[in-house]
Design a protein around this ligand. Structure first.
Ligand SMILES: [Zn+2]
Length: 173
């Protein structure tokens, strides 16, 4: 599924963004980043206050994770965009505290984890590409924290050792 069709699956207007507005500008940012790469001027900081702040995660995070991982799975997505997308998923996937605007009864932590699962293949492919050790290491930590197939995580930890930061060799508690 392409980035745009993945984005179309969500009711962004019905989500309260971290900035307090309806979240329709979030998929616009993600799609521009995925298509224009560095030239878009969109960086990890562009999402702060919308998807997350250092201590809180906001309602559009699970949908944004799905779109970011769809963009990562697209071979046409430029490298600079891939770095930002993986960083963004890494920052939002593990929820400490839930920010304002998340409807009662929504388990944001569980929804973020569920949003990562279909993108695990794309994360492993990003690691195997050998493109960037920093991005591969963040992709590995996302997989380590969400993949229920522990033997696959250990196999990648071993086999992709030369593509990952040394810190990835110590299991993340
Ligand atoms: Zn916003």
């Amino acid at each position: 599924m392409t980035t745009a069709t993945t984005a179309d699956r969500y009711d962004w207007a019905g989500m309260v963004c971290g900035c307090g507005q309806p979240a329709t500008h979030v998929p616009e940012l993600l799609i521009r980043l995925a298509t224009e790469g560095e030239a878009s001027g969109i960086t990890r900081d562009s999402f702060e206050g919308h998807l997350h702040i250092p201590s809180h995660t906001y309602a559009p995070a699970p949908a944004a994770i799905s779109v970011a991982l769809a963009a990562l799975a697209d071979p046409d997505t430029p490298g600079a965009a891939r770095d930002v997308l993986v960083d963004l998923v890494f920052t939002t996937a593990f929820v400490d505290c839930i920010g304002h605007g998340v409807p009662e009864g929504v388990d944001l932590e569980e929804e973020c984890r569920r949003a990562v699962t279909p993108g695990l293949e794309a994360l492993y492919a990003e690691i195997a590409s050998g493109r960037s050790a920093a991005t591969a290491s963040r992709a590995f930590w996302i997989a380590e924290g969400t993949d229920e197939d522990a033997s696959r995580v250990e196999r990648v930890r071993r086999e992709a050792r030369h593509l990952l930061w040394d810190a990835c060799q110590t299991p993340w508690e």
